[in-house]
Structures are given as structure tokens and as C-alpha cells.
Design a protein around this ligand. Structure first.
Ligand SMILES: O=P(O)(O)OC[C@H]1O[C@](O)(COP(=O)(O)O)[C@@H](O)[C@@H]1O
Ligand SMILES: [Mg+2]
Ligand SMILES: [Mg+2]
Length: 336
């Protein structure tokens, strides 16, 4: 078994991506320490500006972005596309990879001691074409993954051959391989959606949620539970661990027609992981993995989780208008 100072077992990591994974692992363990110290290291959640997407940048967003860009300069990453940078940045002109990153996901949770993360995606770079290296079908990714900074810190990653997890061991500061074949469980009765947007959703999404809220007395004949952490990484980790479904659909708020989440550095890598773990990931209807962003910071509606649940959302979108707007008792198609 091959090992390094950063990973105890590198057998699942393709050799040409190992230096990149090590750089991510080193910054990830530094961030883990910074996050654990919280206010002892300064005000991590203080607002410091706004990114191109209009989101407020927190001190930790910027700190994480700078640390990843700096560490990746010495690897074969040529192009670096970050949520926190307006344009693609060229790191190593001799490199052959493009790396997209959400350096700090769930930043509204920094100050409240709830799990946050980093999401990353790697493509083969297109020579001389920084944007084109990322604006391409998601199924051309070489790697998709996240780091979760929670009660435990993990790297969960796919290179297109199943999903592996490494846990950070604070005693040895090494990432230890603990799971080689993650599978999304099928049976959970849990859904995650920001229900405060209910009035803005389409009739199909409302109908899907209404039928779950109706529980045993509705067409699904069973009770469901709801979760909303507001950290995509934390929701993904829960669904990886015990199944369920996540939805961030488009809605009728200005700027939210295609939801909130970004295709290149949030949805594409999570979709890759979820499919590799046997789940399904769509824009509510079609596979994310066969789509591509038109712009670096483009949004997409996003639905992912246990395969049968995600398929059911697509079926609701296909219902005739009168069925969708009927009282749930009439949606006979979806009984049980
Ligand atoms: O606040 P809302 O609208 O519920 O959105 C929550 C979503 O926004 C995000 O926080 C966006 O991520 P960032 O923190 O990287 O901007 C997701 O992690 C989460 O799923
Ligand atoms: Mg994010
Ligand atoms: Mg972010």
C-alpha cells in the first residue's frame, strides 16, 4: 500500500492527480485547525466584500480562496476557477489541469458552529482556453469531491471509480482512508429544501412537497422528516450517509429563476459524487452530468439524492397542469 505524509493510502488516487489532492489535503487540514479555533483566530465570519454572484464574502471565504490558490500553484493546475474570483486565474502555465472550487461552502454557518465545507472539481485543461476548460459537460470531470469541516473532518471524493472517504486524524494529521465504496442508501424518508421559499416555487415542486407534508393521510401514505442546514456540503454528507433528497429548485424571485447553486463548482462535482454512489442528480428533470454551464458563475436548479426520490420529482414536473394543481388526494398516480 502506497502512503504519503498527507494520505495513509493513495491507492485510489490517480498518480497524476496525487499532488493536487495533497495540496487540497494540506489546505483542508489547515482550514480545519483555523475553523476549530473560531474567534481565537480572529473574526472568521466578518463581512469583507461581495463576490460577482452578489454573495457577501466572509473573511474565511477569502482566506480559504487565497490558501487553495497559493497551494495549487506548485501543482499541475493551470486554470483555477473559484466562486470568490470573477474570472478564471492562471496558476501554473505549464500545468494541464483545470480546478474549480467553492473554497468555503455554507458561509452563513461560519459564526454558528455548524458544518461547512469546500467543494472541488477537476477537468483536463483546454490549452489557451481558461473558460472553455470549465464550460463543458459535467461528465468530462476527472474528479469531484468535497471536504467537510464538522464534528469530524472528511475528504469525500470520486475519480470516476466509486466514492472514497478519508477522515482527518488530528493526532497524526494524516487523512485516513475509511470508505472505498460509498453508496447512497435508498430508504430514508427525509427531504431537504428551504421551505421559506414555498410561495415562490412552481406548482410541480409545491405538489411534490405538499404530498410529503401530508404524510400518512396523503397520497404517499407515509410520514416524512425535513432537514435544512444551508450548507450544501453538510446536506450532501447526510444524504451520502443515510439517503434522502435535496432540492434547490428555480423559483420566481428575481435572480432565482435557476435557483441559487452554481453549476461549475457546486452542482457538477456533487452530481458526479452522487452518481458514483448510485444516487441521481438532476436539474429537477434532466441529469446534471450531461449538462454544461454557459458562464463560469451560472446557476442551475439542483435536485439530488436517493435515485427513486429524484426520479419522482421529474415525474411531478411531467404531470398535466390540472393534476398538479388538484388537491393532493386526487393525485392517484403518486399513491404510496
Ligand atoms: O440560504 P439559502 O437560500 O437557503 O441557500 C443555502 C445554500 O446556499 C449555499 O450556502 C451557497 O454556498 P456558499 O456559502 O458557498 O455561498 C449552499 O451551501 C446552501 O445549500
Ligand atoms: Mg457554496
Ligand atoms: Mg462558498
Amino acid at each position: 500500500m502506497s502512503t504519503t505524509d498527507v494520505f495513509d493510502d493513495t491507492s485510489h488516487i490517480p498518480a497524476d492527480l496525487l499532488p493536487v489532492m495533497e495540496a487540497l489535503g494540506v489546505v483542508g487540514r489547515d482550514l480545519c485547525r483555523t475553523i476549530k479555533r473560531g474567534p481565537l483566530g480572529g473574526s472568521l465570519g466578518a463581512g469583507v466584500g461581495e463576490n460577482l454572484g452578489g454573495d457577501q464574502q466572509k473573511a474565511l471565504d477569502v482566506m480559504a480562496d487565497e490558501a487553495f490558490a497559493e497551494a495549487l500553484k506548485t501543482t499541475s493546475v493551470r486554470y483555477y476557477a473559484s466562486e470568490e474570483q470573477d474570472e478564471v486565474v492562471e496558476l501554473n502555465p505549464k500545468g494541464h489541469l483545470g480546478l474549480a472550487i467553492d473554497p468555503l461552502d455554507g458561509s452563513s454557518n461560519i459564526d454558528v458552529n455548524v458544518s461547512i465545507g469546500t467543494i472541488f472539481s477537476i477537468f483536463e485543461a483546454k490549452d489557451g482556453d481558461p473558460d472553455g476548460s470549465f464550460l463543458r459537460p459535467a461528465d468530462e470531470q476527472l474528479c469531484g469531491g468535497y471536504i467537510i469541516y464538522g464534528p469530524q473532518t472528511y475528504i469525500v471524493v470520486t475519480f470516476g471509480n466509486g466514492v472514497q472517504s478519508y477522515i482527518f486524524d488530528p493526532d497524526t494529521t494524516v487523512w485516513k482512508l475509511v470508505e472505498t465504496e460509498h453508496k447512497v442508501p435508498e430508504k430514508a424518508r427525509e427531504f431537504a429544501i428551504n421551505a421559506s421559499n414555498y410561495r415562490h416555487w412552481s406548482p410541480a415542486i409545491r405538489a411534490y412537497i405538499d404530498d410529503m407534508l401530508a404524510g400518512e393521510t396523503g397520497p404517499r401514505d407515509q410520514n416524512f422528516n425535513m432537514r435544512w442546514v444551508a450548507s450544501l456540503v453538510a446536506e450532501t454528507h447526510r444524504i451520502m450517509s443515510r439517503g434522502g433528497i435535496f432540492l434547490y429548485p428555480g423559483d420566481d424571485r428575481t435572480g432565482y429563476e435557476r435557483g441559487r447553486l452554481r453549476m461549475v463548482y457546486e452542482c457538477a462535482p456533487i452530481a458526479f459524487l452522487i452518481e458514483q454512489a448510485g444516487g441521481r442528480a438532476t436539474d429537477g428533470h434532466d441529469r446534471i452530468m450531461s449538462q454544461q454551464a454557459k458562464e463560469l458563475h451560472a446557476r442551475t436548479p439542483f435536485v439530488f439524492g436517493s435515485a427513486d426520490k429524484v426520479a419522482r420529482v421529474a415525474a411531478y414536473q411531467d404531470l398535466p397542469t390540472d393534476e398538479v394543481s388538484a388537491l393532493f388526494g386526487n393525485r392517484g398516480l403518486f399513491r404510496a
